[in-house]
Each structure stands twice: as C-alpha cells, then as structure tokens.
Design a protein around this ligand. Structure first.
Ligand code: GLU
Length: 448
C-alpha cells in the first residue's frame, strides 16, 4: 500500500465507524475517495486543513417528527430529514425524496453526491438533500397535502433563498412542491419564490425544469457518442423507470432518432420494440398515477414482464433512470454480452460498484450520475436566476442553457480525466473536477 492509499484508507475507516449502518453513504464516499487518491498523488495540498474529513461531514443534519392524520382520522408518524452538506459554493441545493426506503444514510449519500454534481454545473449552488420515509403510493390527495404541510411546518425555519433551496426527487413532483410552497408562504408570511424550485409555471417555476433531468441525461449521452463519431440516430435505447427522469429521457432520445425498446417501474418492465408513446406514458403515470401494466393494455405490440429484468433487452445505450443500486453485476454482464456501448445514469448511483467495474473493464462509455443527471439541478439554478431577477425565460432559451451546461460538464469531465492520466474515464473526471472547485473554495474560506 502506498502512503496515499494508507492515508485514504484511514479516512474511510474512520467514516465507517462514525456512520455505522449507512451502506449507501459509505458506497458514495468510497467511490469519490478512490478518485481523490489520484488527485492527492499530484496535489497533496488537497489533504491540508482536514479538508477530506470536513468534506465527508455534513455541515448540519436536521431530523424531525412529521405527524399527520390519514383519511380515517388515524394519526401517522413519519420522519423528516434535511442534510445541509456543504455550502462553500452557494446555498444548500438539492431535492426532497418521499419514499419508504428513506433513512439518514440514504439522504446523506444523496446529499454527498449533490455537492459534486452541483459543483460540476458551474453555477453557485452548494449541496444538500432531504426527504421522508412517507410513502405517497395509494395516498389520497388530501393525505399528501396534510403530510406536506406538516413536513414544511418544521422545515420552513431551516430554508430560504440564501440558505437552502429544496426541490423534488422521487415521490416529490409538481403537486408536492405546490403544497410545500403554499405552507412555506403562509408560515413565513412572504412570497419568496426562490425558496423552492420545481414550482408551477404561474408562480415562479421555470419552463423546461420538468424535462431537464431526462433531457440533460440524453444530451450527456449524445456528447459521449459524438466523441466517438456516433449519434443516437438509429440507436436502440433501454430506459429503466417511468417517472419524471425516465419519461423525458425517453422523449428526447426518440426526438434524436433513437428507438426506446423498454422502460419499467417497481412492478415490472415493458418491452416496446417499436418505441414508446410518450403521451400515453405520461397519461398513465403522471395523470392517472397507475402502473406500467396499464400502458401495455393500451399500447399495441408491447409486452409486460413481471420477472427477469429490463437489462435483459438488447440495446446500444442503457439509461438507468429509476433508483440507487438498481443495476447489479449480473445485469452489467448481460448488457455487455448483448453489446451495449453506452451507459448514462439518469438516477443517483443506480449502478452498484461491481456493475461499474464490469463496465470499466469492458471499456463501456459510462456517464456517472453526478455528471449525467446534473441537468435537473442545473435548471433549478436557472429557475433561481429567473426568480432573483423577477423574470421568466422561454422554453427554448432555457433548454439551450441546459444543453450548454451538459456539454460543458462532459468537456470538463473528459478533460480532467485526461489531465490525470485516465482518458475516457468520466467517473474519475467528474469526481475530480467536481471536487477541486469545492475544495478550492473550502481552502480559501478557512477551517469552518
Ligand atoms: N433531485 C434532483 C437531483 O437529484 C434535483 C434537485 C434540485 O433540482 O434541486 O439532482
């Protein structure tokens, strides 16, 4: 073991002990530390002033009770979280996730990733994340509203335009942001549009924010393909998931001439050899809030599968857009055997470390979530700009800005990877480029 290997192993051992029972957080940190060894080899000053240990410790972690009454007048108690991880570059920024799998470790992994992702956008936003173990599935609109109001009744004192700006994530879409904003406005007694992003278009939301994560993931994919003289035109694409990210990744991939051959939700996956009817998909998932099997009943030539995996499909491009660790080693092996050439993560950390290793050793072009799904939060920062100047931009202008940001993230990741001797390794490139900007800011601002 080299001295740097030993030093980094020391940080990691300490982190494991101080953050027991948080496997997703450990996984996210381990991946970044692996890339940081390469930086420390060249620039050892990045370990000065306890920088690495400070970076792995959230600035603040808020955990609170969220009591609410269900439709049968029974009291329910959930747990709310907001992890304000790093504000060296700007106010904490990151989504809220409502899902039964949420716990502190999950929010910490998401908040940690958010630091580097937000740094890569080049916009002035720090990293944070929050959420609750509340399960919106099967809940009435009234229940969702009462839950959101109770959640915000605690959260409101911790957020603000210059402090912390939450947004959506899994289980939190336009409807929930609306309920959250309404309660914030009432408690704070001010219409502070910059306090949340992903708002409705009539009250400070930005055009193209809804589409941004999915579109951005496809723009990043396009850049990876362009670097090899290829394009999405005529390509076969698998997109896992069918939520906000997946839906707009499907739409953009098809606009650019690809055929999306499958998508999924937690109940199973759908084979769509002739492509996806995005209007129907939105109607089933967004409006009617039903499962993907309903899509199959209404779309000809499609098949629903409740067993096997969407990764069994043959395609040139795979876009995991569902959730963390959804793509495991055996799936990666099948994808590689079936000739996949490009993988870009629309979700946060959807590939397990073993799956990533298989893609790496087979020289698959791999866009890590921090880079490939940064389009959502980048467009949130554009929403903040519009709010700050009391302006609203056109869809085309906002989409153009998003496209430019995604191209820059690709360029920065590719150039940084090459600079550190790891050409084509966009994981290393994104981790190092994201890290250096935050690290420089932290070093300049002293030990805080
Ligand atoms: N939840 C999204 C993400 O993972 C977006 C966060 C935001 O817009 O603040 O980046």
């Amino acid at each position: 073991m080299s001295a740097i290997d030993q030093e980094v192993a020391g940080y990691y051992d300490k982190l494991l002990k101080r953050n027991a029972g948080e496997p997703e957080f450990h996984q996210a940190v381990a991946e970044v530390l692996e890339s940081l060894k390469i930086v420390l080899e060249k620039d050892p000053h990045y370990a000065d002033y306890g920088l690495i240990e400070r970076l792995c410790e959230p600035e603040r972690q808020i955990i609170f009770r969220v009591p609410w009454m269900d439709d049968n007048n029974e009291v329910r108690v959930n747990r709310g979280f907001r992890v304000q991880f790093n504000s060296a570059l700007g106010p904490y920024k990151g989504g809220l996730r409502f899902h039964p799998s949420v716990n502190l470790g999950v929010i910490k992994f998401l908040g940690f990733e958010q630091i580097f992702k937000n740094s890569l956008t080049g916009l002035p936003i720090g990293g944070g994340k929050g959420g609750s173990d509340f399960d919106p599935k099967g809940r009435s609109e009234g229940e969702v509203m009462r839950f959101c109001q109770s959640f915000m009744t605690e959260l409101w004192r911790h957020i603000g335009e210059y402090r912390d700006v939450p947004a959506g994530d899994i289980g939190v879409g336009g409807r929930e942001v609306g309920f959250l904003f309404g309660q914030y406005r009432r408690l704070a007694n001010q219409h502070e549009s910059g306090v949340l992003t992903g708002k409705g278009l009539e009250w400070g939301g930005s055009l193209a924010r809804t589409e941004a994560t999915g579109f951005g993931c496809v723009y990043f994919t396009e850049e990876m393909m362009k670097a090899n003289g290829e394009s999405l035109d005529g390509a076969k694409v698998i997109v896992s998931g069918s939520g906000n990210v997946a839906t707009y990744a499907i739409q953009k991939a098809q606009e650019l001439g690809a055929t999306v051959v499958g998508f999924s939700d937690s109940s199973g996956w759908v084979e769509t050899p002739n492509g996806v009817d995005v209007e129907l998909l939105r109607d089933v998932k967004e409006k009617r809030r039903e499962r993907v099997s309903t899509y199959v009943e209404e779309a000809q030539g499609t098949t629903f599968h409740s067993d096997g995996s969407i990764w069994d499909l043959k395609a040139d491009v795979a876009l995991p857009c569902a959730t963390q660790n959804e793509l495991e080693a055996e799936h990666a092996r099948t994808l590689v055997d079936n000739g996949v050439r490009y993988v870009a993560e629309g979700a946060n950390m959807p590939s397990t470390p073993e799956a990533v290793e298989i893609f790496r050793s087979n020289k698959i072009n791999f866009g890590p979530g921090k880079a490939a799904n940064a389009g959502g939060v980048a467009t949130s920062a554009l929403e903040m700009q519009q709010n700050a100047s009391r302006d609203s931009w056109t869809f085309d202008y906002t989409d153009q800005r998003l496209h430019g940001i995604m191209s820059n993230i690709f360029k920065l990741s590719a150039e940084t990877a090459a600079e550190y001797g790891h050409e084509g390794d966009y994981i290393v490139g994104a981790n190092i480029a994201g890290f250096k900007k935050v690290a420089d800011a932290m070093l300049a601002q002293g030990v805080i």
